[in-house]
Design a protein around this ligand. Structure first.
Ligand code: DKA
Length: 136
């Protein structure tokens, strides 16, 4: 993970994102925007403190976390979840989001490699794949 820290990755392709957002109850208007933007993502690591930023014209969101420690997250579409991120192997972050109150549990896997981030988002039986490519 240290190897990719600081590098910027831009959304290059996306499958099933609209269905993923629909299953979460995201409104039509927000889905239109969500489908249209190509966010730029970067990770920073400072000791055991991680920070993951996703920037787009719609919204810039930053999550700061330590591995294995639950934290409160406001998702870009405005849900409040309790999230936990664990490291699997050397380069895969697995995030679980538990809803606060009503809502659905989701899982977000981010597999980092030097040239891309493969993001797999799951809610119910819906699986969405988003590939981010290294920005030159
Ligand atoms: C991403 O970072 C997708 C994050 C999913 C957020 C939930 C829905 C957002 C609606 C705009 O690539």
């Amino acid at each position: 993970l240290k190897a990719i820290a600081g590098k910027k990755y831009k959304l290059d392709s996306s499958e099933n994102f609209d269905d993923f957002m629909k299953a979460l109850g995201v409104s039509f208007v927000t889905r239109q925007v969500g489908n249209a933007v190509s966010p730029v993502v970067h990770l920073t690591v400072d000791g055991d403190q991680y920070s993951l930023t996703s920037a787009s014209s719609f919204k810039t969101s930053v999550i700061s976390f330590k591995l294995n420690e639950p934290f409160d997250q406001d998702t870009p579409d405005g849900r409040k979840v309790k999230a936990t991120i664990v490291l699997e192997g050397d380069n895969t972050l697995v995030e679980t989001q538990e809803p606060q109150g009503s809502g659905k549990a989701t899982k977000i896997v981010r597999e980092f490699s030097p040239n891309e981030i493969k993001m797999t988002l799951t809610v119910d039986s819906i699986v969405c794949t988003r590939i981010y490519k290294l920005q030159e």
